[in-house]
Write a protein that binds this ligand. Structure first.
Ligand code: V47
Ligand code: SF4
Length: 381
């Protein structure tokens, strides 16, 4: 159905007017137009466009899932300057390292809970190798076959595969056979090499990150993508990052969701860099929703953004909230996020979504619908 546009609601600026017409007509904006949105698009304007795209794709539905995290170690051989989490391998006396049985015990704690996903992510520990993690996957699957395992960033995988002298294809296939079903989106940070050199000089580069995700997609696995924003990157660096993701998605269609991650500055080597404002955060979500037209979902990770801001993001393009996580992740509390003990019950999440006048729907990792909570009464209203 063609949309009859009332010129009065369009902006006066000719560039913005052109972009609005294009988006309302279902067109794809260019990289230059994305940059224009960052430079000139007000919160109200970008928000309205993003909300149009969001509602066209998902109506009022806001997905969430029930998951828990396993963080095998916070010891890491890398030295990302924004990271408040890792205790470099040289200081591993301050770090934790979980054994296979300890990790399996975490899984067993959820035996009678209706969780659908375990998210495994941590530092890069030289002794935790491919075989160790393959064994972990096998043990989890043997204990609870229905639990979806989303595990390991491309950074962790790159190290594991190189150490095991396996190609990316061989390594991914090996972990898939052991039970790995999908991959989280971490480690992408900002792809631009000049920025990467300054914030995470020694880990896998953009091409390596993208190659691992492409390989996973080619094996039929779904993955997520992140972007660490709000530090020293420029608007052009953000566009470049999202362009590379959008191009890969055109090729494979294997990404599920895009997750912008707000840089938090406590207790890391970039504490002097101020954090982005709430207006910048919401503009970023909105512009991502408009530009990343081939990504089905846009996710807010509430433990990092804070629950009220995550709730607000539901009006700026976001249709997915992660998750009913127990207090099982330390990455953000250690970086100064508001959420020091990130846990939300299903009821908390449902209320939060309903307060934003959206429709809460529990999903599995692959966005299969588990339960629609829109009619749930009275405790969820
Ligand atoms: O890659 C580390 C980020 C990521 C800081 O795919 C920081 O479903 C902000 O990727 N300030 C790991 N961010 C977490 C991650 C993730 C989280 C939730 C869901 C999914 C998913 C993926 O955390 C790292 C890095 O970009 N990070 N330190 C910091 N100071
Ligand atoms: Fe290691 Fe990840 Fe922290 Fe970088 S962000 S130092 S790879 S744990």
């Amino acid at each position: 159905m063609a949309i009859v546009m009332n010129e009065a609601i369009l902006p006066k600026d000719p560039d913005l007017k052109h972009i609005a017409k294009k988006v309302y007509a279902g067109g794809r904006i260019t990289d230059d137009e994305c940059l224009i949105l960052f430079e000139k698009g007000s919160l109200g304007f970008t928000g309205a466009l993003a909300n149009y795209v969001r509602e066209k794709l998902h109506g009022d539905i806001t997905y969430f899932n029930r998951n828990f995290h396993i963080e095998p170690t916070n010891a890491c051989i890398y030295t990302c300057n924004f990271c408040s989490y890792s205790r470099v391998y040289a200081h591993r006396d301050e770090a934790w390292e979980l054994g296979l049985e300890q990790m399996l015990d975490i899984v067993k704690k959820y035996d009678n809970e209706p969780v659908t996903e375990v998210h495994i992510v941590g530092g890069v520990h030289p002794k935790m190798n491919l075989e160790f993690f393959a064994e972990l996957l096998r043990k989890i699957k043997a204990h609870r076959p229905d639990l979806h395992i989303k595990g390991f960033t491309a950074v962790e995988l790159d190290y594991m595969f190189r150490k095991a002298k396996k190609t990316v294809e061989e390594g991914m296939q090996y972990l898939k056979n052991a039970g790995l079903e999908s991959m989280p989106g971490g480690g992408a940070e900002i792809f631009a090499p000049e920025i990467r050199k300054q914030i995470c000089p020694d880990k896998v580069d953009a091409d390596g990150w993208l190659k691992i995700h492409e390989t996973a997609h080619n094996l039929g696995m779904h993955t997520n993508a992140t972007m660490l924003y709000g530090h020293i990157e420029s608007f052009a660096d953000r566009v470049d990052h999202m362009r590379r993701l959008r191009e890969l998605q055109d090729k494979t269609g294997g990404f599920n969701t895009f997750i912008p991650l707000k840089f938090r500055n406590k207790d890391n080597d970039m504490s002097h860099v101020p954090e982005s404002t709430l207006i910048e955060d919401m503009r970023l979500y909105a512009i991502a929703r408009i530009y990343m037209d081939n990504f089905p979902h846009l996710k807010a990770y509430w433990p990092m953004l804070g629950r009220q801001n995550a709730q607000l993001a539901l009006s700026f393009g976001v249709n997915d909230l992660d998750g009913t996580i127990d207090d099982t992740t330390k990455i953000y509390s250690m970086a100064g996020a508001e959420e020091q003990t990130p846990s939300m019950t299903t009821e908390d999440l449902v209320v939060l979504i309903k307060q934003a006048k959206r429709r809460p729907v529990e999903r599995g990792t692959l966005y299969n619908i588990i339960k629609d909570y829109s009619e749930a009464e009275p405790e969820y209203s």
